[in-house]
Design a protein around this ligand. Sequence first.
Ligand SMILES: CC(C)(COP(=O)(O)OP(=O)(O)OC[C@H]1O[C@@H](n2cnc3c(N)ncnc32)[C@H](O)[C@@H]1OP(=O)(O)O)[C@@H](O)C(=O)NCCC(=O)NCCS
Length: 170
Amino acid sequence: MNAIAVRAATPADHPRIVDLLTRSWGETVVVGHGVRYDAAELPALLAERRGRLAGLLTYDIGSEGLEVVSIDAVVRHAGVGTALLNAAAELAWAKGLDRLWLITTNDNIDALRFYQRRGMRIEGVTRGGVDASRRLKPGIPLVGDYGIEMHDEITLEMRRPVGSGIAQPG
Ligand SMILES: CC(C)(COP(=O)(O)OP(=O)(O)OC[C@H]1O[C@@H](n2cnc3c(N)ncnc32)[C@H](O)[C@@H]1OP(=O)(O)O)[C@@H](O)C(=O)NCCC(=O)NCCS
């Protein structure tokens, strides 16, 4: 059975979260829309398959809803990203939030496809947003996926479906 289980991360998961983030992003710091996050210190959802870490989603809850700060599938195209995104949306709606959002970069065509296929809509483009983020995190490469120069940030969002979610205190 290859079922993917998603659960909230606990302090015991911290070392492997640091390891996964470092492998994916070079360090645990993630920068977007002018904000520098240490993703290893954020609340997180872990995906596991056969007891092994299969993916990670970190998030931040603020006045604009639940922001997905990072999402990574260890093995791609096996349903891990979908399971994580669905779990984050369920969490947001259960908390009574109306919006899940995230930033991706102009080169990340795979992620743009992934998010839009899962119902997310492009909310805006910040021209030069990646260039600004690079000043906060110089390790952000100049050239990204498919040899595309990385310059701009794209905001995508998903709104709470009418009638879903049970508001919880806190
Ligand atoms: C973006 C990302 C998180 C998506 O995760 P993923 O686990 O590969 O996504 P899924 O497997 O759920 O879905 C991807 C595709 O695989 C397909 N798929 C899902 N389960 C499958 C299975 N069992 N067999 C074959 N294909 C499958 C899905 O149908 C989907 O295709 P579609 O978009 O045409 O519908 C992943 O590509 C990733 O980690 N990227 C690198 C980090 C990154 O860029 N993060 C985003 C930063 S904004």
